[in-house]
Design a binder for this molecule. Structure first.
Ligand SMILES: Nc1ncnc2c1ncn2[C@@H]1O[C@H](COP(=O)(O)OP(=O)(O)O)[C@@H](O)[C@H]1O
Ligand SMILES: [Mg+2]
Length: 512
């Protein structure tokens, strides 16, 4: 076997941080090599060095056994290296074919673009690797999973045989992820080499041949996938033992806290996103709402917290009708929410962590005494929450935007849970977080349940739904496809409901 890529002693420094510290990476030809590590471990930096986008301070790179000098991106491309970045670099208003050929159009009789040759070539690559696309569609009209296919095609069109995929599944649905894995398998079947960056251990176990793990800019382990397991990989990445599955006792459900009946909600395009949904959540239980994103979950949550009107139906919390109350009044009734998009709804990015922690209760004691805010109380409140929720920050006074995604999510959780809500809604609570933070968030959600809160967990991650929920309902095109006890749910069964297929026998009535 030949070595496709060898990186030796790579060092890359950014102001204040050693992003790559004497890193060695060796990737065999024809293998799927997973590069894993928590956010900030240095994975993208290393791959940007290989792709000629960063210049390392030290180190040697060999491609197919020969030492090379990659001074710029074009050098990497000429060596057959292709990279699909975390943030795609396509031109939204251009067609698929235009994007694929951008910068490398074949010419016909001098200066004219030979559209037919381009089209044929793109279709040939698309067929060979199972990358289905419509060459004339515009990028802006395509779902993310298809845009990603275009990025991969673009690299293949430039004759890449070493492909770097930087966290390709972060933006994909389970179905799109499966499709991508099919593509990756056909790539290696056709002699390509794939470097696959992820921090999802299940994906590592499923798709990779070997794994290199990084932590704090250093390589902390290299292993064959068949000779390791998720627990061991998690320990390498995080540097301590991590509970991959939440330990929780059986739920002790009490009174109904949230009662939804025949709820209908419209989305931003004025289409009906929630169509006649009914369910209950009791104190002391976690109800998981599973489903591929875009099936009404967002609108459902927004209708409960008061960000969006309910067109029809009932929303009651502790037997109080919420539909006529505003957001703050609903909070007063006992509703807290970790919103799906923490950067838009979750935090005020320019405001300090301290201020972010009090935005919901700055107007009442003990934070305020009449019209006066109590700075000492606020400071103590912030300091306590930062400690309890393990927010890694130099101080409570730094602006929220300075925090990493995981720490920002802890700030939101701290604020929402410190209100001791009766109804706690967690929408996609661990999206984009690394496994150390996921473990923390999951523990807090179970704690909220055990304290007696009714928990509504909305997540597109089936694993998360299955490991946390006491009961599960699946939302499909705004309707409940089925409901089942958490302990009896299987991934296959939920997957069918998520695809809109009703299984044999009647699914249990939801929530009654
Ligand atoms: N262009 C850059 N400028 C300054 N610092 C950077 C830059 N790119 C990455 N870093 C820093 O380098 C470290 C490694 O980042 P990165 O390689 O993106 O990690 P990963 O891809 O594993 O999440 C982080 O501390 C990050 O903040
Ligand atoms: Mg990265």
């Amino acid at each position: 076997m030949t070595t496709a890529v060898e990186m030796l002693g790579i060092r890359k420094v950014f102001p204040g941080v050693v992003a790559n510290d004497n890193v060695n990476l060796s990737v065999e030809e024809g293998e799927i090599h997973a590069l894993i590590g928590e956010n900030g471990a240095g994975k993208s930096t290393l791959m940007n060095v290989l792709f000629g986008l960063h210049h390392p301070e030290a180190g040697v790179i060999k491609i197919r056994g020969k030492e090379v000098h990659i001074r710029k991106n074009a050098d990497a491309i000429a060596l057959g290296i292709g990279m699909v970045h975390q943030k795609f670099k396509l031109v939204p208003s251009f067609t698929v074919a235009e994007n694929i050929t951008l910068g490398s159009e074949p010419r016909h009789r001098g200066i004219f673009l030979d559209r037919k040759a381009v089209h044929d070539n793109v279709m040939e690559i698309s067929r060979r690797f199972g990358l289905q696309i419509s060459p004339d569609a515009r990028i802006q009209d395509l779902p993310v999973g298809v845009q990603q296919r275009v990025e991969i095609l673009k690299a293949l069109y430039r004759q890449a045989d070493i492909l770097i995929l930087d966290e390709p599944t972060a933006v994909l649905t389970p179905k799109e992820t499966r499709d991508l894995f099919g593509v990756i398998r056909s790539l290696v079947a056709n002699g390509k080499t794939v470097i696959f960056i992820t921090h999802k251990l299940r994906e590592v176990m499923e798709i990779s041949d070997r794994v290199t793990a990084m932590r704090d800019g250093k390589v902390v382990g290299v292993t064959k996938t068949t000779e390791t397991n998720p627990t061991q990989l998690a320990r390498m990445m995080v540097g301590r033992d991590v509970l991959l599955r939440v330990t929780k006792t059986e739920a002790q459900p009490k009174d109904v806290v949230l009662q939804i009946r025949d709820l209908h909600v419209f989305d931003d395009r004025n289409l009906k996103a929630v169509q006649g949904v009914s369910f209950d959540v009791r104190a002391g239980e976690i109800l998981g709402i599973a489903g591929v994103e875009g099936n009404g979950q967002r609108e459902l949550v927004e209708a409960i917290v008061g960000l969006r009107p309910a067109w029809n139906g009932e929303i009651q919390v502790k037997a109080q009708n919420l539909t006529t109350l505003n957001i703050r009044q609903r909070r007063e009734v006992g509703v807290s929410c970790v919103p799906e998009d923490r950067y838009v709804r979750g935090v005020a990015l320019p405001a300090s962590i301290e201020d972010n922690l009090i935005v919901n209760n700055y107007f009442k004691p003990p934070i305020a005494q009449g019209p006066l805010l109590k700075p000492d109380v606020i400071a103590r409140h912030a300091q306590e929450l930062i400690e309890t929720f393990d927010v890694r920050t130099p101080s409570k006074d730094v602006p929220a935007y300075a925090l990493s995604g995981g720490n920002l999510q802890k700030v939101v959780l701290a604020r929402e849970l410190s209100a001791q809500p009766d109804l706690f809604i967690a929408a996609q609570p661990t999206r984009g977080l690394d496994i150390g933070s996921i473990e923390f968030v999951h523990r807090r959600i179970v704690e909220a349940r055990d304290r007696g809160a009714a928990v509504l967990l909305v997540s597109a991650e089936l694993e998360e739904i299955m490991s946390l929920s006491d009961r599960i309902v699946v939302l499909y095109e705004g309707k409940i496809m089925g409901a089942i006890e958490g302990a009896r749910a299987t991934e296959e069964g939920l997957g069918l409901w998520m695809a809109g297929i009703t299984s044999e026998g009647s699914p249990e009535a939801a929530g009654h």
